[in-house]
Design a protein around this ligand. Sequence first.
Ligand SMILES: Cc1ncc(COP(=O)(O)OP(=O)(O)O)c(N)n1
Ligand SMILES: Cc1ncsc1CCOP(=O)(O)O
Ligand SMILES: [Mg+2]
Length: 209
Amino acid sequence: MTQLHGLYGLTDATLMPTDNILLEHVEAALKGGLSLLQYRDKSTDHSKRLRQARMLLELCRQYDCPLLINDDVELAHASQADGVHLGQQDGSVAAARAYLGAHARIGQTCHASLELAHKAVREGADHVAFGAFFPSHTKPDACRAHLSLLQAAKTRLSVPVVAIGGISVDNASQVIEAGADLVAVVHALFAAPDIQQQTARFVQQFNLS
Ligand SMILES: Cc1ncc(COP(=O)(O)OP(=O)(O)O)c(N)n1
Ligand SMILES: Cc1ncsc1CCOP(=O)(O)O
Ligand SMILES: [Mg+2]
């Protein structure tokens, strides 16, 4: 399995309200050099979610970019996506691993806790996510984490570390220098006027560090 590194985009149903806008926005990010995509749609419209997940998978395949599904192992399985992202309330990593198999990529939210990260890795997570490092437009009530956590996570964990929450082109270098392998972004990426160029700006932050 290729080690993950770089910009991790999360879709947003408000910023991408139709299939066409979703595909256009995601393709622009893929052209700019996106490394990983998460389909994040909190609606209960199952047929829309399955249709969009399948469309995104077809698009991501063309750019060799893995696709993860937020929250929903059944949707990940049905759409044949590359894996799933689970929060602490979204079912266990061990159950997702058993359901999706050894090749699935499984990430888990660990907020600001190294203990949760160790548990996630023990249960079979491939990568762990910490945050929010900055005030988030998309999730204003997200638990906050300190940059020093990334340094500790890098030295103690064997899996890629994701930083999320309020990350912009202007502050991304702070989380990258602190140890983030992946920078996960919604608003500063998909609300940008030129998404391809914005993606390239984020990717450049990795090359500068
Ligand atoms: C990469 C990444 N990190 C954290 C989250 C948040 O997951 P969760 O706490 O389950 O919250 P929701 O995204 O489901 O609202 C994430 N999705 N992706
Ligand atoms: C899903 C999630 N979990 C913690 S912050 C966040 C949202 C990140 O979005 P943004 O990049 O707009 O702050
Ligand atoms: Mg969740």
